[in-house]
Write a protein that binds this ligand. Sequence first.
Ligand code: FE2
Length: 250
Amino acid sequence: MGLLKSLFSGKTSGNLPAFTDFSSIKTDIHSHLIPGLDDGVQTLEESLQMIRGFQSLGFQKLITTPHIMSDYFKNTPQIIQSGLMELRGALRHEGISMEIDAAAEYYVDEMFLKKLNDEPLLTIGEKTVLIEISYVNPPENLQQVLFEIHLLGYTPLLAHPERYPFWYGKFEEYRNLKDAGVMLQLNVNSLAGYYGAGARKTAERLIDEGLIDYIGSDLHGQRHLDVLSKVIKEKYLRKLMAGGVKNSLL
Ligand SMILES: [Fe+2]
């Protein structure tokens, strides 16, 4: 019902359906909602407020992804799981019906290779590992990391590919990543220009070339929720949603 309602209510632009919310997407797979674990939400109240916001935008499930980054956010699967349990308890207590799971957003640094080999990673679904890289330079060992991720039976999913300026003039890099079995997750707010003109332009081209597998909110707080509630009107988001992303399969 959600999909049909979203597809056929409201006006259309060209041949694109006018989605009124994210109910056809169903699941958000990238956010920072466990209080105090990273640079995302800091209090339980804020977290509940954000989750109510997701609910009002039509999301039915959240897979929240705290940062794991050696230098700044020394989270472990145990810390994240215990934060998830507390958050689920608070949702029950408040009577908020939202399914919530946790994975992690792994920063590819020196320690990541070690973690990869030493412990089971927190995944999205059965085997998808959300990774991010430096905004300044691609990691020298990226190919090796991707190779090892695959070797261990995981599938890499690169967060916000449109936010890495060193690839803006080298679009073949994105195609090479896809050829190497890397899936790509677009930050939906990029389509509203939230991360700047370069990110927006790159996001649109990634959509035009059919390279995006998933969308994510990458929500850290109210500022992102505000943009998320408006971005649904953007033509490129409608194009992406009409073409199908894999979110609803999770
Ligand atoms: Fe993130």
